[in-house]
Write a protein that binds this ligand. Structure first.
Ligand code: PLP
Length: 336
């Protein structure tokens, strides 16, 4: 048995999800007549209380479409140095939007009202024009930590006071919501646009959604076509998304419980120096100075444990739908 903790993207569709996919009614989504894509977009629109939604192949695409739509060339985007939009999207802010960034150094990658306020460029001809703030929830590189509504409201206020647009990279937003008990509707109200991933904890093979106003989504749909992201009978994939929103949200708590159960296993290892707080389904730990993460990850692979290098001495485990209690017990044996 391989224990695959590289990411929550490694999951395969469950038999019930596959059945929903096989049964999907489909059409040509570029023409707007795939009924299952339309149903998914309408479902998400209602869930978050937004005006419109756009189904896309990846979270990178939904984030990049949002950034491109919200900015003009030469604008400045505020995001944390750990953020996915900056670290893991191939420099897309520069490539797709021709925008620059001001990076914050938040605790575990989280923005605060003060950090946002201090990152706004002065009204000066030398400077780019601050236009957009990107917040990530949960924060991947922050060990899966999350924001609560009051924290976000305070950031929203700074945005409102300064005429800034607020985008959420909510690739793992549902992991945050099952912990806080807050609703998509409450979060929907606070952001100009939201990107959510269906292919992470929710267990779909493919898919992300961009939510926003009718105008933003209409423009994003144009840019999606430009990027070659206009797809045809995507309803087979949208059916997986509908199934996941109905059946795979509450169970995220199980992934969190299993992530937490890994903590004592790591604490017992002499080569592990520190473990980030485990709030959701991500476990990041620091190895002692003498152990390189690249070597360590290779050693674990030889024991049938797959995971990710997350820095020179940092390693990441992510729990997910296909990581069961049996895998957890086996992990304990192999780590010991
Ligand atoms: C995975 C992820 C994305 C999107 O990734 P894709 O692989 O392009 O779907 C965006 N933001 C965060 C924080 C992520 O973890």
């Amino acid at each position: 048995m391989t224990i695959d903790l590289r990411s929550d993207t490694v999951t395969k569709p469950t038999p019930a999800m596959l059945e929903a996919m096989f049964k999907a009614e489909v059409g040509d989504d570029v023409s707007g007549d795939d009924p299952t894509v339309n149903a998914l977009e309408e479902k998400a629109t209602r869930l978050f209380g937004k005006e419109a939604a756009l189904f896309c192949p990846s979270g990178t695409m939904t984030n990049q479409l949002a950034i491109r739509t919200h900015t003009r060339p030469g604008d400045d985007v505020i995001c944390d140095q750990l953020s996915h939009v900056y670290q893991y999207e191939g420099g897309g802010i520069a490539v797709n939007a021709l925008a620059s960034v001001t990076l914050t150094q938040g605790k575990f990658g989280k923005l605060t009202p003060e950090l946002v306020r201090d990152s706004i460029q002065p009204d000066d001809v030398h400077r780019p024009l601050t236009r957009l703030v990107c917040l990530e929830n949960t924060v991947n590189k922050g060990g899966g930590c999350y924001y609560t509504l009051p924290e976000i409201r305070a950031i929203r206020e700074v945005c409102d006071q300064n005429g800034l647009i607020l985008h959420l990279d909510g690739a793992r937003l549902f992991n945050a919501l099952v912990e806080t008990g807050e609703t998509p509707l409450e979060h929907g109200q606070l952001f100009d646009s939201i990107s959510i991933c269906l292919s992470k904890g929710l267990g779909c093979p493919v898919g992300s959604l961009l939510l926003g106003t009718r105008d933003v989504v209409k423009q994003a749909r144009r840019y999606r076509k430009v990027m070659g992201g206009g797809w045809r009978q995507a309803g087979y994939l949208a059916a997986a998304g509908i199934y996941a929103l109905d059946h795979h949200v509450d169970r995220l708590k199980e992934d969190h419980r299993r992530a937490k159960a890994i903590e004592p296993m790591l604490k017992a290892l002499p080569e592990v120096d520190a473990i980030y707080p485990i709030d959701t389904n991500i476990v990041i730990f620091r190895l002692s100075e003498t152990v390189l993460a690249t070597d360590y990850v290779q050693q674990l692979a030889q024991k049938g444990i797959r995971c990710s290098v997350f820095g020179k001495h940092l390693v990441r485990f992510v729990t997910h739908l296909d990581f069961t209690d049996d895998h957890l017990a086996e992990l304990q044996k192999r780590l010991a």
